[in-house]
Design a protein around this ligand. Structure first.
Ligand code: HEC
Length: 145
């Protein structure tokens, strides 16, 4: 009887260790799987809904999505070349910069427009990184990218 109990105990303990081992292995495989890394990389940072609110509040005085104001219409900015709204009169600085607007270049632009195109005409910046990424996510969404 005692021997049986001991065997049962060892057996149960083995099962616990085994299942812990399997979970650890599964977690390891999950963490190191390239598809997971890709999924995270493909997921644009930022919250588009929060970005919309910020856009309207901070950018809306000079920009709208579909009409030029003091600044150009921005619906097609994300994914396109800088200064490509043909009906807007850009600065020479932005016309000649040749940047494509993506997460990285827009982040730089919104941090300091002069760091992208010195002497451009947009005198505005967004100091908060989370706010920048939300706004960029919003611009990406409205562009259908
Ligand atoms: C005070 C007015 C003003 C504000 C506020 C402003 N912008 Fe601008 N923006 C401009 C002007 C003017 C230009 C054109 C710059 C040039 O020609 O050098 C511009 C250009 C841009 C461009 C480049 C567009 C293109 O066609 O290449 C982007 C992107 C942009 N603004 C995003 C924003 C965002 C996002 C905000 C809000 C966080 C914002 N701007 C706030 C005036 C403003």
């Amino acid at each position: 009887m005692n021997q049986f109990k001991a065997a049962e105990w060892i057996n149960a303990r083995g099962k616990i260790l085994l299942s812990a081992g399997v979970s650890a292995l599964a977690a390891l495989l999950f963490l190191s799987s390239p598809s997971r890394v890709q999924a995270v990389g493909a997921q644009p940072a930022g919250d588009a809904d929060a970005g919309k609110v910020l856009f309207e509040k901070r950018c809306g005085g000079c920009h709208s999505l579909d009409t030029n104001k003091e600044g150009p219409a921005l619906r097609h900015a994300y994914g396109g070349k800088a200064a490509s709204v043909s009906t807007f009169k850009y600065s020479k600085a932005l016309l000649s910069v040749g940047v494509t607007w993506d997460d990285a270049s827009l982040d730089k632009w919104l941090t300091s427009t002069d760091s992208v195109a010195p002497e451009n005409d947009m005198d505005f910046q967004v100091a908060n990184a989370t706010e920048r990424s939300n706004i960029i996510r919003y611009l990406k969404t409205v562009a259908g990218k």
